[in-house]
Design a binder for this molecule. Structure first.
Ligand SMILES: *[C@@H]1O[C@H](CO)[C@@H](O)[C@H](O)[C@H]1NC(C)=O
Length: 517
């Protein structure tokens, strides 16, 4: 009996002490790479013993797990197929470089998510309680208003490399003289011209962020969140106070891949957590091809949403001819049939990318430069050629090129010709590129914790310390005009003007005297 009591007590204690927290995870952007990041984060949190409620558009892909609850937002829409068609992008029929359009689309995704009936039900149901929320940042700060309803700390997750917009709620505006902005897409140190451009981009952004973007978000907040706060009988907080109240930022990169910039202590790198410890073995036929590739393998993929089959026919033919002339084996993720395939070229509808990159015969990866693909390239130490197409890919491409393990090629109607030059350059100097990416790979892998453990550690830390207020940047308490000493400059200007006035008065009188004389 005593033993049983002890056992019961022990069980109760272990339940009580168990690290498991109740976590709400939001990855509502309907785009494959975002789904990969969300799914893997949820997997690691479940493995960490947490109870997860997951807001996702990818419902059918989710495993059944006793501690996982799915909130379906599969109605969310972002781009249509026409917008992400390579031919339309190349011809200019679709302009994805217009950031305003992209931002508007993404704010719409957030609005769609928050007004989704399943999400509204979750927010209105007072029986749910959460210890922490993790929300994906995609160019809207709206999700950081959820703590007004759910009364728990909030953590941002940044899908892209760190940039001024995601760091703003953690730190306020950053020095544009060296912090990257993916819209200018240059890597510091900058030329004078680029530095001025960066300042201009920041000022424009500050103006818009405090003007029309802010108004739009606040309007959505007042329409979709504020009524629930009132329903729960609480006063509605100021949207701006919520926006600057996030506890932590989890960054989907590693400093070895991006730029080393000064960060507040609540920004943590967890990039690479989507790559499992043990990589799936290759399918038998593919393994045979790669094992037998005596001259090495080149792998070409434009990612999960851009399709090589949409390339103009002339370019497809040019690429096939180019690849056929190489001594390496070429694996091409191509979503259709291709006539007249050279012997060394193999196309596949779907490619197990990580397993391919992990193969020792890999010599080169040709990619669109999505952050996940470049992270995998550094993880498995494979040099790359980047053909950036949209969003953060231009910045990623320039970064990889600057780091010395990549060459950037523009997506134009001369792609096959430019790619031929780039291939010539990399393949003739392969040991240099391979050495460089290996150096970066060592720096990338050498860290005190695996990314998935860092994820669980910092999420636990926020829960344990009730929002980790001690990690918050003190910069947020200092208004921008004080941070850049605009007040001091104003004081100096006033003194100068007064002195000038006095000087004018004195000399003016003197000259008057001279005249009357
Ligand atoms: C800010 O976050 C902390 C910790 O999560 C919380 O206690 C506080 O109420 C929040 N403030 C606002 C205005 O929501």
């Amino acid at each position: 009996m005593k033993k049983l009591k002890c056992l019961m007590f022990g069980l109760l204690l272990s339940l009580f002490l168990c690290d498991g927290a109740k976590i709400l995870v939001l990855f509502p952007v309907p785009s494959t790479s975002h789904g990969i990041l969300g799914d893997n984060m949820v997997k690691h949190l479940l493995d960490g013993g947490h109870e997860v409620t997951y807001i996702t558009p990818y419902v059918s892909k989710q495993p059944s797990h006793p501690k996982l609850r799915i909130i379906d937002v599969s109605d969310n829409r972002l781009y249509n197929d026409k917008m992400l068609n390579l031919k339309n992008i190349m011809s200019g029929a679709v302009n994805l470089k217009n950031n305003e359009v992209v931002f508007e689309n993404l704010v719409n995704v957030a609005a769609l998510t928050l007004e989704n009936q399943n999400v509204q039900n979750l927010l209105k149901d007072r029986t749910y309680n959460f210890d922490v929320i993790i929300g994906e940042y995609m160019f809207t700060y709206l999700y950081s208003s959820l703590p007004a309803v759910l009364q728990c700390p909030f953590i941002w997750f940044s899908t892209t490399e760190l940039h001024s917009m995601i760091l703003d709620p953690m730190q306020g505006p950053l020095n544009p003289a060296y912090v990257s902005d993916y819209r200018v897409a240059q890597i510091a140190p900058y030329s004078f011209e680029v530095r001025v451009k960066m300042l201009w981009a920041l000022l424009k952004e500050l103006y818009q962020r405090n003007g029309k973007f802010y108004d739009k978000e606040e309007e959505i907040f007042m329409k979709l969140i504020a009524p629930i706060v009132k329903e729960h009988g609480r006063p509605v907080p100021n949207y701006n106070d919520l926006k600057y109240n996030a506890s932590l930022l989890l960054e989907n990169s590693q400093v070895a891949i991006g730029s080393a910039i000064p960060l507040p202590p609540n920004c943590k790198y967890i990039g690479g957590y989507h790559i499992p410890d043990s990589i799936q073995p290759l399918p038998e036929d593919l393994k045979k091809i790669m094992d037998n590739a005596d001259n090495g393998v080149i792998y070409f993929s434009m990612g999960s949403i851009l399709k090589s089959k949409d390339l103009p026919d002339g370019i497809k033919e040019g690429l096939l001819k180019l690849f056929g002339g190489l001594k390496q084996t070429v694996l091409w993720k191509f979503e259709d049939q291709l006539p007249g395939m050279p012997k060394n070229v193999h196309i596949m509808q779907w490619a197990p990318q990580q397993s391919i990159l992990a193969h020792p015969n890999m010599v080169l990866f040709i990619t669109h430069g999505g952050l996940l693909s470049l992270t995998e390239a550094v993880h498995f130490a494979v040099p790359v050629i980047v053909i950036p197409v949209f969003a953060d890919q231009f910045l990623n491409a320039n970064q990889a090129q600057r780091k010395g393990y990549a060459i950037k090629v523009d997506l134009t109607f001369y792609l096959h010709k430019d790619l031929k030059m780039a291939l010539g350059k990399v393949l003739s100097d392969l040991p240099k590129y391979a050495e460089r990416v290996k150096e970066l790979s060592v720096a990338y892998h050498d860290k005190p914790m695996k990314p998935k453990d860092a994820l669980n550690f910092w999420v636990n830390h926020v829960v344990k310390t009730k929002g980790a207020p001690h990690l918050k940047s003190v910069a947020l308490q200092v208004p921008l005009y004080q941070r850049v000493y605009l007040d001091l400059i104003a004081v100096i200007l006033v003194i100068l003007i007064v002195l000038l006035k006095i000087f004018c008065l004195v000399t003016g009188k003197k000259s008057m005297k001279v005249k009357t004389n």
